[in-house]
Design a protein around this ligand. Structure first.
Ligand code: NAD
Length: 504
């Protein structure tokens, strides 16, 4: 039988990591001493490793190390020099792509083919923001007094980033690359269930030349390590990616310490299909929107809104197609859909489906044939109203609620009837309708005749229960810097005598 522990250990060794996850702080590996955490491969249900929570003390050390290294990053490197280091990080990620993808796949249960794409996107992120290190300049503002007024964009200092388990290395790169390009130090706490590739990324940064301590990773739990890092005086901003429930806790702790937060939370995105759409393309899009990565994607198209005139026909198309999807071992090259990443999430997904069935929804899905693996087959819920719990709550699994709408106004009403505002899509051949939907559906990202296109160069984020603030694009450069306004007296006789600045 294929030895998954040996597979995991050998990939860790290739990355020069201990198979027992350790925090990476100030350029050194640090073992935890707290409660034990298990890394379980969700397909074979093998415990790959167990490790102790790093706790508050290590989190405090990480914040201090980041504060020291951040100053070195801003003084010993030129702006262009920081970009050169980031280009090297991208090259090293590319060199180690296969090993990183393999270890990600076995720990998180995400299909290997998807992990390869995500690792490739991480190097793309570092290359993209490498180009910004020497372009973060301010403005000269023509103030009415005649002073020379200019702005400088300054880094904040230490950023504390918290990430979930569904796309571990992708999300780490998504946050670390712009933060360091803007001149900040970083403490990152990945999910305790999937810390390995984030730790590897921190070591790669240092191999590429970042000062020791610029990027620190905590192998530990939210209530201990996470809360300590939020409270630490050196931390100047908290960026959280995860569930709305934890987001509230994190924002409350940050608020008490008067620290700004960015929240990247969940969604219940509407994928809207009008009767005039190219139904074949829309069907493929609908499947990719919810079944890819077993639906464990914040932007998953988890509500399929189909115009009533084609609803039955279209739902049948999606159901027929889902039978063809290859569900199974994430390490198998052919696998398109892997298991749910962890037991807690599996229990949530299955409970949501059972509850929907009890409440009268019809459940269309394949059989669970994978033994103990945490597999949920692609599932469609029909015959449920838009206000049903399964059509309002994030399930975060390969489960889509199929709803119908009568006309454009009805589609917009249903699309906007949840408390989320993360993503959405429309399928239609009517270009005017497409633009109206893009304007009227509440979403930070919206696709027309497509789903899930995402790139580091364009802003990403949501509103309401999907969070606030933006990651990626040039907008994130504003999140990771703050402007300083400098006034220079240019008059021969100073215009400010007693602290009053005249306006002319
Ligand atoms: P989660 O909220 O349970 O955990 C996220 C992170 O928060 C983990 O690292 C966890 O250890 C940490 N944490 C928990 N309590 C904490 C505390 N008190 N202080 C500091 N940190 C704490 O989320 P999850 O189950 O890991 O991930 C799934 C969720 O993430 C889904 O809701 C999904 O939609 C969302 N998500 C959002 C985006 C986005 O960009 N909008 C991307 C990916 C995932």
């Amino acid at each position: 039988m294929f030895d998954r522990i040996a597979y995991y250990k050998s990939r860790c060794a290739e990355l020069d990591l201990s198979e027992v996850p350790q925090s990476y702080v100030g350029g050194e590996f640090v073992s935890g001493t707290g409660a034990m955490i298990a890394l379980e491969d969700p397909y074979s249900r093998t415990v790959l490793a167990e490790y102790p929570d790093c706790g508050a003390e290590t989190a405090n050390r990480a914040c201090e190390a980041a504060a020291v290294a951040q100053k070195v990053w801003m003084t010993d490197f030129t702006a262009a020099g920081r970009g050169i280091v980031m280009q090297k990080i991208a090259a090293l990620v590319d060199e180690r792509q296969e090993t990183l993808a393999q270890v990600e796949a076995v720990v998180s249960g995400k299909p290997l083919r998807d992990c390869r794409v995500e690792v490739a996107k991480v190097s793309e992120m570092f290359r993209y923001y490498a180009g910004y290190t020497d372009k973060l300049h301010g403005q000269v503002i023509p103030v009415p007094s005649g002073h020379l007024n200019y702005t400088i964009r300054e880094p904040l200092g230490v950023i504390f980033q918290i990430t979930p388990w569904n796309a571990p290395m992708f999300t780490a790169g998504w946050q670390i690359a712009p933060a360091m390009a803007c001149g900040n130090g970083v403490v990152l706490k990945p999910s305790e269930l999937t810390p390995v590739t984030s730790i590897a990324l921190a070591t790669i940064c240092e191999d590429a030349g970042t000062p020791a301590g610029l990027i620190n990773v905590l192998a530990g739990l939210g209530p201990t390590a996470g809360e300590a890092a939020i409270a630490h005086d050196a931390t100047r901003k908290v960026v959280f990616v995860g569930s709305p429930a934890t987001g509230r806790v994190v924002a409350t702790s940050a608020g008490k310490a008067l620290k700004p937060v960015v929240l990247e939370l969940g969604g219940k995105s509407a994928n809207i299909v009008f009767e005039d759409a190219d139904l074949k393309a829309a069907c493929k899009g609908a499947q990719a929107a919810i079944f890819a990565t077993a639906g464990q994607s914040c932007v998953a198209g988890s509500r399929l809104l189909v115009q009533a005139s084609i609803k039955d026909k279209f739902v049948k198309m999606v159901a027929d197609g889902m039978e063809q999807l290859k569900v199974g071992d994430p390490l198998d090259e052919a696998t398109e859909i892997g298991p749910i990443s962890n037991r807690r999430q599996f229990d949530h997904v299955t409970a949501m489906v059972d509850q929907a069935a009890k409440n009268g929804a019809k459940v269309l899905s394949g059989d669970r044939t994978k033994g103990d693996a945490l597999i949920v087959p692609p599932t469609i819920l029909t015959d449920l109203p838009p206000e049903a719990d399964a059509a309002q709550t994030e399930i975060f699994g390969p489960v889509v609620a199929a709803l119908s709408f009568v006309d454009e106004a009805d589609a917009v009403r249903i699309a906007n009837s949840t408390d989320f505002g993360l993503a959405g899509a429309v399928w239609t051949n009517n270009v005017s309708l497409a633009h109206r939907m893009a304007g009227n559906v509440r979403a930070g990202t919206f696709w027309v005749n497509g789903y899930k296109a995402i790139h580091v160069s364009t802003p990403f984020g949501g509103s309401r229960s999907s969070g606030f603030g933006r990651s990626s694009g040039t907008d994130v450069l504003m999140e990771y810097t703050e402007p300083k306004s400098v006034w220079v007296e240019t008059a021969e006789v100073p215009r400010v005598a007693f602290g009053y600045a005249p306006s002319e």
